[in-house]
Every structure is written in structure tokens, then in C-alpha cells.
Design a binder for this molecule. Structure first.
Ligand code: SF4
Length: 201
């Protein structure tokens, strides 16, 4: 799906799939009782239920409008006031996206376009991570490798490739002291360590 025409109806708790006339909500997969059981989009902390909710969103034709609506209506609320899975994103992940839009001054529409349609590496990373205090980032799933467009990545390789635009050379190390942090700016590969040593000499 390419860029979409957006007809946003504001709501306060997600996902509100009540029909408001001819809107994107009428096409929401999670609003179809024959497909989606009640509360399916509110998996709490159950990993299996979370993956089921993400699977529902993956097949949803209006996920771009849904994510844009979430970004617009949830705005500066903390993670505790965001509810349910929307467009495959948890409340924490949506909060991270919102903070990124502020930090990097990216319009919501462009952010939605990017994470859903343009950048599979970023999508793979953001779906499986959450931001922590101090700029650290945590890998949230048990699997320690994922495949994106046929390539295998560890969380650190994924973070590195995403931020540098190339695969890491040699071993990737964290620089922040936080065990298992995968923040792209808290990791370096062997080439960057070598450059740092040469610059210091
Ligand atoms: S993307 Fe997910 S939460 Fe949003 S309308 Fe579609 S199924 Fe519902």
C-alpha cells in the first residue's frame, strides 16, 4: 500500500472502532466480531496474545490511518495512558514513535509512511524494542535474531544497519554500560573502534 488518503476521526482510547459513518474505522479488522474476539487488541502482558493482536493488525487495510489517528489523539500522554495494540504497535512503541516525531521533527504522516511502508529494517527494529530512561533501548522479544528481507540480524546488527546504512564490521560492542542495550547510538562496530583509535593517535 502506498501513501493513503486520511479521514481521521479523533478518539481518546484506542482502538475505538465504532463506526462514525463512512470512515476508515468501518474497514478495521479488529471491529469485525466474526474475525476478532472481544479484547483481542488489549493483550496486557501476554506475549502470545500480543503476537495474535499484531497478526490482526498486519492484515488490516486501514493500519496507516489507525496509526496516524493514534499519534494524533494520544499525543503527549505517557505510556500508561495509551491503550491496546494499534497498527501492530504497543503503547510503549507508539510513545517512542511520538517522541521520535518530536525529536526529529518528522510530521506524523511521514512517520507512518516510513514505519509501515518504506523502511522494513526500522519496522523490524521498532516492533521489537522499547525506549528506556537515559536513551537506552531494550529488545523485547526472546528471539535473538530476526530475518528482514532474507537477511539475518541480531538486535545489535539490526540497530547498527538501521542507523549507519551498512552492515556492521566485526563485533558490535555497547558503549553505555547498560547490559544488552540496543540503542543505535550506544553501539560501535570494529571499524568505528578502529577509526576512534586512529583519531586519538
Ligand atoms: S490496525 Fe489493528 S488496531 Fe488499527 S484498526 Fe486495524 S486491526 Fe484495529
Amino acid at each position: 500500500m502506498g501513501r493513503v488518503t486520511l479521514h481521521i476521526v479523533h478518539n481518546h482510547h484506542a482502538p475505538d472502532t465504532t463506526s462514525h459513518g463512512d470512515t476508515w474505522r468501518d474497514h478495521a479488522v479488529c471491529a469485525k466480531p466474526d474475525i476478532t474476539r472481544p479484547n483481542a487488541m488489549f493483550p496486557d502482558n501476554d506475549a502470545v496474545d500480543l503476537e495474535l493482536a499484531r497478526g490482526i493488525c498486519a492484515s488490516c487495510p486501514v493500519k496507516a490511518m489507525c496509526l496516524l489517528d493514534a499519534l494524533e489523539t494520544e499525543q503527549g500522554r505517557g505510556t500508561g495512558n495509551r491503550h491496546g495494540v494499534r497498527a501492530g504497535r504497543t503503547p510503549k512503541q507508539r510513545h517512542s514513535l511520538y517522541m521520535r516525531s518530536l525529536r526529529e521533527r518528522i510530521p506524523f504522516e511521514d512517520l507512518v509512511d516510513e514505519v509501515l511502508f518504506r523502511d522494513p529494517l526500522r519496522e523490524a527494529f521498532e516492533r521489537r524494542t522499547e525506549s528506556l530512561e537515559g536513551g537506552h533501548v531494550r529488545w523485547t522479544i526472546r528471539k535473538t535474531a530476526v530475518h528482514v528481507q532474507g537477511q539475518r540480524y541480531t538486535p545489535w546488527q539490526l540497530a547498527f544497519h538501521l542507523s549507519r546504512g551498512r552492515r556492521a564490521a566485526g563485533t558490535i560492542r555497547t558503549t553505555c554500560g547498560q547490559e544488552r542495550c540496543v540503542a543505535p547510538d550506544h553501539i560501535v562496530d570494529a571499524a568505528e573502534r578502529g577509526n576512534g583509535r586512529r583519531a586519538a593517535a
